[in-house]
Ligand binder design. Structure first.
Ligand code: HEC
Ligand code: HEC
Length: 359
């Protein structure tokens, strides 16, 4: 009997031990799954923020110094291989061709119309057919147009904006909206921006900002920069270099008869300085900068003080309080001179305009 009791006691003790072991196993298993779960959701979360971070909310203020938040996740153009079965393929690729080799079609020996532009290509200023990070790319076009633009004082759609560059940067004639060429350019711009969320502006779009100088940008100093770092390609009188068959520029002009006119975006010093700082000399990029801020501003002042075609600008900036700080022609809403608006120093102008906006 005593033995039996002892046995029962042992069985009970063993049963308790077994319960404990099973319990512990369950706890360990539970902890383990919890760990895996939180880890994977963390990973998911970090993927999401990486995608979200590559877009910054559209900022319409032309004087914002730091609209780009992220420094590592930049927009990439969609993959052309995925166009293979797309019914828009032909349109999109023709649009890209027109951006890259505009001169072949509309330049001095243009196959569609001769001399309806200055012979430049859109790609001369919208690098790699408008896909380069901080190379004035087109990533924000599809999602931010139509939009109000202060230069015209109206809401502009994509064809209007494209024709703006034809009339100003290419100092030429506009395209008919229903032409195959305009429709193809629009198709290409829309395709480039197809993965960008509505209303957003991807990081790396347009230009990267640079610091303002405390002094006015100096054309004399800029001339030295030009001779040392630009002239070998853009030539002594800024006239650029035509290819041997006269169909397109190998090196585009920076001033003179075949350059952009005084109503073009690059005629504003901040646009020019930001473009060259992150893109010139050819081969430079935001990760391989070759000019100091001073060199960029000074060479901008030198180039934009040289002669170039003139456009009738009477209708531009109908509301003078919306003129950008570096617009080189008065009248202005403030009392700073034309020359300070053209070459700076800009900070006093920006400070004054911030004050009046507060009031
Ligand atoms: C001489 C340089 C230059 C050339 C050539 C040029 N552009 Fe532009 N383009 C600019 C600049 C600079 C801006 C930005 C101007 C600004 O924001 O004030 C711009 C802006 C644009 C925009 C609006 C981009 C945006 O995100 O809002 C479009 C679209 C455009 N250009 C299309 C074209 C097309 C199409 C061509 C060829 C027919 C062309 N550009 C040729 C300099 C140029
Ligand atoms: C090695 C040759 C080379 C050098 C040096 C060079 N560029 Fe360029 N630049 C080019 C080429 C090529 C393009 C057109 C890019 C394209 O079509 O892909 C260009 C385009 C430009 C444009 C826009 C198109 C235009 O003609 O208005 C500007 C502005 C410009 N360069 C300014 C400069 C400045 C300022 C310097 C000196 C700091 C400089 N470049 C040095 C080759 C050069």
């Amino acid at each position: 009997m005593a033995e039996e009791n002892e046995d029962q006691g042992l069985v009970k003790a063993f049963g308790k031990l077994l319960n404990l072991v099973v319990f512990l196993l369950l706890v360990i298993l539970g902890l383990f799954t919890a760990l895996i779960y939180t880890n994977s959701s963390k990973q998911k979360k970090s993927v999401v923020t990486a995608i979200e971070r590559s877009f910054v909310v559209e900022n319409s203020g032309s004087q914002n110094l730091n609209p780009v938040i992220d420094t590592t996740h930049y927009w990439n153009a969609p993959d052309e291989a995925n166009l293979a079965t797309d019914p828009k393929k032909e349109r999109v690729l023709y649009g890209k061709e027109l951006i890259a080799h505009t001169s072949i079609y509309f330049g001095p020996k243009g196959t569609i119309s001769k001399e309806s532009t200055n012979g430049m290509n859109c790609q001369n200023c919208h690098l790699n057919a408008g896909t380069k990070v901080f190379g004035n790319n087109y990533s924000a076009v599809a999602t931010t147009y139509p939009k109000y633009r202060a230069r015209s004082g109206t809401k502009e759609d994509i064809p209007k904006r494209v024709n703006d560059c034809f009339e100003r940067s290419l100092n030429g004639k506009t395209l008919k909206i229903d032409s195959k060429e305009m429709q193809s350019i629009i198709a290409y711009l829309k395709w480039l921006g197809k993965d960008v969320p509505a209303g957003k502006k991807p990081a790396g779009s347009g230009f990267q900002q640079i610091a303002y100088l405390e002094r006015a940008a100096d054309p004399e100093k800029g001339k030295l920069v030009y001779v040392q770092k630009c002239q070998s390609c853009h030539q002594q009188s800024g006239e650029g270099l035509m290819n041997s068959d006269g169909t397109a520029f190998t090196y585009p002009p920076l001033w003179g008869d075949h350059s952009y006119n005084n109503g073009a975006g690059l005629y504003r010093l901040s646009n020019f300085a930001r473009f060259v700082k992150y893109n010139m000399p050819m081969g430079a990029s935001h990760t391989n900068v070759q000019l100091s801020d001073e060199e960029a501003w000074d060479v901008a002042a030198f180039v934009n003080s040289q002669p170039r075609p003139k456009k009738d600008l009477k209708k531009d900036w109908p509301k003078i309080e919306e003129k950008p700080f570096d617009h080189p022609y008065g009248p202005y809403a403030d009392s700073f001179s034309e020359s300070q608006h053209k070459n700076g120093p800009y900070q006093p102008i920006l400070d004054a305009s911030a004050k009046t906006k507060k009031k």
